[in-house]
Design a protein around this ligand. Structure first.
Ligand code: ATP
Ligand code: NCN
Length: 211
């Protein structure tokens, strides 16, 4: 880590998995391993978000989510980071712009579950994200059809890369995205929270309180 940011070598292909991780679970681990394998990534960085701009409910404190995520994700090529808090960014478009500026010779790939592609067109400057980094979408139970018929998938249909070519996704010029129809994992943070296994005593703050 340099200035609290991970070190990356020029030419490396790094997957970015942004999330609330409130809490991190086996589904996150599963898609991370699948992305490493199927996209030929050198590393994956988990970006534990200070707070999802679209979620009204505030997450558990960042330090608590970071510690829990570090306990769940144990892989030599994965870094669990609080990059967005360090950069002072919340919106993905700004995070990606800041990372591309700091790591001009690194190839970033944005990773997300199918549920996020379905509502991707609600993200700030989502077209700008699409045209700045390649994106890999990973199957999630219940969300495959919504993702495939989403606004983003429709608008950028000609930029879709076949699974057969997914290994080279990170070196492609954006817009370029692929849908990885990986074996699905049903874990979700919502279900864990509903079971009362996480964050019952966590101090929760709304996203607005964080600003
Ligand atoms: N089981 C899963 N399969 C595929 N993708 C997943 C899975 N769980 C999470 N993801 C993806 O990981 C990223 C971070 O997810 P997040 O931290 O919001 O977890 P979550 O389980 O979706 O949380 P919540 O239930 O609170 O919305 C998102 O892109 C999400 O789509
Ligand atoms: O930039 C946006 O407008 C935006 C809107 C919603 C979600 N995101 C990002 O999407 C990632 C997944 O969020 P979440 O809460 O579903 O885990 C996380 O990195 C968020 O910061 C980003």
């Amino acid at each position: 880590m340099k200035h609290g940011l991970p070190i990356a070598r020029p030419g490396q292909v790094i997957g970015l998995l942004g999330g609330s991780f409130d809490p991190a679970h086996a589904g996150h681990v599963h898609i991370t391993r699948e992305a490493l394998k199927r996209l030929g990534l050198d590393r994956v960085w988990w970006l534990v978000s200070p707070g999802n701009p679209l979620k009204a409910r505030g997450p558990a404190p960042l330090s608590q989510r970071m510690a829990q995520a570090q306990g769940v994700m144990n892989h030599p090529r994965v870094d669990v980071t609080d990059i967005e808090a360090r950069l002072g960014t919340r919106y993905t478009s700004r995070t990606i712009a800041a990372l591309r500026k700091r790591y001009p010779r690194v190839h970033f790939v944005w990773l997300m579950g199918a549920d996020n592609l379905a509502q991707f067109h609600r993200w700030q400057d989502w077209r700008g994200i699409m045209t700045s980094v390649p994106i890999a979408v990973l199957a999630r139970p219940g969300d495959r059809i919504a993702a495939r018929t989403s606004v983003a998938a429709t608008v950028f249909r000609t930029a879709r890369v076949s699974v057969a070519d997914a290994r080279g996704l990170g070196l492609r010029k954006a817009p370029a995205w692929t849908f990885l129809n990986v074996p699905m994992h049903a874990a979700s943070s919502t279900a864990i929270r509903q079971n009362g296994d996480w964050g019952a005593s966590a101090e929760r703050r709304s996203w607005r309180d964080l600003h």
